[in-house]
Design a protein around this ligand. Structure first.
Ligand SMILES: Cc1cc2nc3c(=O)[nH]c(=O)nc-3n(C[C@H](O)[C@H](O)[C@H](O)COP(=O)(O)OP(=O)(O)OC[C@H]3O[C@@H](n4cnc5c(N)ncnc54)[C@H](O)[C@@H]3O)c2cc1C
Length: 313
């Protein structure tokens, strides 16, 4: 694989950083660098970037807000694309009776979108209160919780596939489920959500209630990536079990490796202390998974996305 900035991206309308410190900008606040971080300024530059990477066999990863991501200490190869240019941060509202459709750029911050829809008195996005990241990452993860998930209000997803083709998918066709979907690989550029006009005070009260609940149950002031593991399904009942409760019952609250610790407040959060490395977090994830399996007989699957160099993946 030949990788030179000039041959790959030099002439494109893309802001390029070499040896970019992406780990430090994730919510864990630690981890390695990206050989190339590319922030396209237009959709056509993004499409050309995807085509060139495909033609030259260069791996492409997409970084949203880094709220569900662990970057290995050795960093990542290829191109990391981030849609943080203003071009990918617009929200366009169209009202039709009491239903408002919002076209949301993939780079829009979820906190901002919750605030903006609250201010406009639009109901249907309150469940995202307290969930950090971008709209693109939220769609990819189908982020959510006890109050609902992003797919509940999602109508369409626009994506540039890794061969540079552009697609608009009907959300209903994408098989959205708990923290997953059948969405193909690619770079989500926009989504449309459908919201309902409501009393702004009611919307605000719901946002406040959800946020307060999260603040009282999650270590929000610490560095983490939210829940480390997905909630598993009990094979005998088909019902979802709480990964946090299983980790707690296995006696793992407070367990530490290096600077990574299983939170005392919420057992499914791994938090970092000064001096933590991505390797500490990876080792702790492995240890928690192994001990929950041996003590509770349940296999946990990480929810945190872990990036490594291609030859180490
Ligand atoms: C304090 C805290 C609380 C949290 N609470 C919750 C919660 O209640 N519920 C919940 O579901 N999650 C929660 N999370 C996790 C996180 O907020 C969500 O997973 C969020 O959707 C991640 O979005 P992001 O933009 O930061 O994605 P990133 O972390 O940057 O990336 C996550 C994945 O999405 C992919 N991705 C990102 N952007 C795009 C794009 N434009 N196109 C294609 N793929 C993309 C990445 O490649 C990666 O695979 C929490 C995290 C923290 C730190």
């Amino acid at each position: 694989m030949s990788l030179s900035r000039s041959s790959l991206l030099g002439d494109l309308d893309v802001e390029v950083s070499l040896d970019a410190q992406i780990g430090a900008s994730t919510w864990f606040g630690i981890g390695g660098r990206a050989d190339i971080l590319a922030c396209p300024r237009t959709e056509s530059a993004l499409i050309e970037l995807a085509v060139r990477c495909r033609d030259q066999g260069v791996p492409v990863r997409v970084l949203g807000g880094g709220a569900n991501l662990l970057v290995d200490d050795g960093g990542v190869d290829g191109v990391v694309v981030q849609l943080n240019n203003e071009h990918f941060k617009t929200i366009r509202y169209t009202a039709n009776g009491d239903i408002t459709s919002a076209r949301v750029g993939a780079g829009v911050n979820l906190f901002d979108l919750v605030q903006e829809t609250k201010r406009r008195g639009l109901h249907g996005f309150e469940m995202m209160a307290g969930i950090p990241g971008t709209a693109g990452g939220g769609v990819r993860m189908n982020a959510g919780g006890a109050w609902g998930q992003l797919s509940d209000c999602l109508k369409t997803v626009s994506m540039v596939a890794l061969d540079g083709t552009h697609h608009v998918f009907d959300a209903e066709s994408l098989g959205f489920r708990y923290r997953g979907s059948d969405l193909p690989h690619g770079i989500i550029t926009e989504c449309t959500v459908s919201l309902q006009e409501d009393d702004p005070i009611k919307v605000s009260d719901r946002v406040k209630e959800i946020f307060q609940h999260k603040k009282s149950t999650q270590p929000m002031a610490d560095h983490s990536a939210g829940c480390a593991f997905k909630n598993p399904v009990d094979p005998s009942t088909g019902r979802q079990m709480s990964a946090g409760a299983l980790i707690d019952k296995a006696g793992l609250k407070g367990r530490s490796i290096g600077g990574a610790t299983v939170s005392d407040q919420h057992a499914n959060f791994i938090v970092t202390n000064t001096g933590a490395s991505a390797t500490d977090i990876r080792r702790l994830i492995d240890e928690v998974r192994d001990e929950v399996l041996s003590r509770m007989g349940v296999t946990l699957e990480p929810e945190v996305v872990i990036w490594k160099r291609s030859d180490q993946a």
